[in-house]
Design a protein around this ligand. Structure first.
Ligand SMILES: [Ca+2]
Length: 353
């Protein structure tokens, strides 16, 4: 590790929001940045006033919900615009060379907004040794490992062991698996936060890692469901995001599609639902649904109240046969109804960028 003190230039971009009709004008917005190269943002500040400018996104257009705004960072914006690290470095260098007379590029179709302050600051930084570890399972695949299995990745400077499923030329990080009931999913908030089980068997990777992996908002979620009848179904959500612990690991999924089978969308209704465990009841039911169902999940109601909105629980109690009382097993209601528990399932995620 080498410690250096260097002079760098910081460009703080002001992020504003503009209601988007896709979100019924309520909770969904479009990001609004000042004109200029978004890859030069080294910091983000929320605020300002309504403004029309919203830059093009190279074909990507992830939903931005109001609740996500506190989590938007320069790194997130970099993900939206496919800014490579080298591009960020080049941008920073360019800004340093021209500071303090830097004039932001103004796109002809936009109206200039409040200035994007450029300040030269002294930063004591630690330059990490070059890492040989890919940042995710796609990186593992790109490095030539095309066999599914347990690998070590380095995500957000944190080494973590994950199970990578290599499928159709894509590398997915598996974060949940049910096979045979050998691992109890009736766990505490802390256990769900840290993860439990065996990566080659049944496990929950952990809400902290899940939050870290989905942080840039550009993740897809793929779910495999297996029934006791031998049927299998594959489901995909184009967008997948899990909020920070202070937002109780709230779930966002959007962009449902069926890859195979006819399982239907049983998770979409749970978007914006908070995570609950037997010792942290964040559902909207008078009962403690996670306690009742013996597992933590993004729960709303327990099925016995008027708030009977939930249709899936893949962390429920494992049964060795299909028929259960309403919602008491591993459920995907739009596929098998509320009285059928599944034999197994797997949930995995992958960055789209
Ligand atoms: Ca409750």
């Amino acid at each position: 590790m080498a410690h250096v003190v260097s002079s760098v230039s910081a460009q703080i971009c002001t992020l504003m929001i503009d209601l988007d009709s896709r979100g019924c004008g309520q909770r969904m917005g479009r990001f609004v940045l000042p004109p200029g190269d978004p890859c030069t943002c080294t910091g983000v500040r929320l605020g300002g006033h309504y403004h029309r400018y919203a830059p093009e996104m190279q074909g990507q257009d992830p939903p931005l919900y109001m609740d996500m705004l506190p989590e938007v960072t320069a790194e997130v914006i970099g993900g939206w615009f496919n800014c490579t690290e080298s591009k960020l470095e080049e941008s920073t260098l360019r800004a340093t060379e021209t500071a303090p007379e830097l004039t932001p590029t103004v796109h002809p179709w936009s109206t200039p907004v409040a200035s994007t302050p450029t300040a030269t600051i002294l930063v004591a930084s630690t330059i990490p040794e070059p890492s040989m570890l890919p940042a995710d399972c796609q990186g593992i695949l790109d490095a030539g490992q095309n066999t599914s299995g347990v690998y070590t990745i380095q995500h957000k400077r944190q080494n973590m062991q994950v199970y990578c499923r290599m499928e159709s030329g894509k590398g997915y990080t598996v974060f949940q698996r049910r096979l045979d009931g050998s691992v109890s999913f009736n766990r505490t908030w802390q256990e769900y936060a840290e993860g439990f089980g065996n990566l080659t068997g049944e496990f929950w990777l952990g809400n902290q890692k899940l939050r870290s992996l989905t942080r840039n908002g550009g993740r897809e979620l793929v779910i495999t469901l297996r029934a006791f009848s031998g049927e299998e179904a594959h489901i995909r959500y184009k967008y997948f995001h899990v909020f920070a612990p202070e937002y109780t690991y709230t779930l966002i999924v959007d962009g449902f599609s069926e890859e195979s089978g006819d399982a239907g969308d049983s998770l979409g209704r749970q978007t914006f639902k908070r995570f609950s465990t037997r010792d942290k009841d964040h559902d909207n039911d008078r009962e403690n649904c996670a306690e009742k169902f013996h597992g933590g999940w993004w729960l709303d109601g327990c099925g016995s109240d008027i708030s009977d909105w939930f249709q899936s629980n893949l962390n429920g109690l494992y049964y060795n046969n299909a028929t259960v009382d309403d919602y008491m097993g591993i459920q995907w209601v739009t596929w098998k109804g509320k009285q059928v528990s599944l034999k197994g399932c797997e949930m995995m995620t992958r960055s789209k960028w």
